[in-house]
Design a protein. Sequence first.
Length: 386
Amino acid sequence: MQSFVLYNPTKIIFGTDTVKEIGPETAALGRKILLVFGKSSIKRNGIYEQVVASLAGAGLEIIDHGGVVSNPHLSHVRAGIDKARKNAVQAIVAVGGGSVIDSAKAISAGALVDHDVWQFFKGKKSIRKTLPLTCVLTLAAAGSEMNGGMVLTNEETRQKFGVGNRLLCPKVSILDPTLTFTVPPDYTAFGAVDAIAHILEFYFTTRDQSTPVQDRFMEGLVLTIMESCDRVLRDPLDYQGRADLMWSATLALNGWTAAGLGMVGFPMHMIEHSLSALYNIAHGAGLSIVMPAWMRCQARLRPAKFIQFGQRVFALSGNDEACAMEGIKRLEDWFISVKSPTTLSQAGIAAEDIPVIAENALALAKIWRLNEYNKDIIMEILAACC
């Protein structure tokens, strides 16, 4: 285990009937707030009404900024920044999943600087201050509710970049599993895939040979995510299943899983970001395509951790490369069982597009300092996705 500093300032309020806390919690941070949300789902299922009632009851002035889409757009964030500045917003409330929360984070940082917010994502500017952010989570997936990361898509350049900074951590996040009862099966599955990918990025990219605490923690989370996802796909109103899935997805990317692992990378996300930037597919769907292919390529180079994964997560008895490959297959089979795509063709992406996808991915590989991933290696991984 490597030396580490673990810092996470986000207060979590977890459980049923907790949406009512968003007003009082936000009132401590500012009186005029920008309410960021998606399209129409939270108005159809009543969540918007609950949130507004709590905010208004706490005496807050609300400026709406709806319309966030999956793979959130830079243009919508820029519009939110303009709205925040014109209305002298003092705090931001995000109601939604990772796309909404990431958009709110970008607005919180962009509203306080003179330069364009995209400069943060290109690594040209550093985040030094933000507007305070509170969240009501409606989708178990990204973990953005308890971390300092954000991802945004530039529609003009067709680039999807991510950046992290501790100042982006929400002050308070409300996690009520009942708010996810209406999430459809496909996005429930895509969210679970996303959470698993967050864990496995750390699990497989660390070079430390002695990480038993983190290994067991991460293996247990992967098992819990798969089991709880299966439960809620059978019964969408299974509270315990929704609760387990929600909390596991939060833990997957709140800093705890990576603690003590030393240098880690996000190569699977780096490649997937090009898929969702170019083809606007769901992030989790893209990850279930990239993940098995990347794992197979890496297992041939460094099989030990993949063998361990197969043994511990899928109870395989082998101790060789065949065990590693079977473990990867079992994970891929689970993706198939929850109806998440595992090939480019299933997502409507032609093999002929692989050079373009790889070229697009190189820009993010450079920003994230994944220097070992040149165009040829990325193309090799993408070819294994066919």
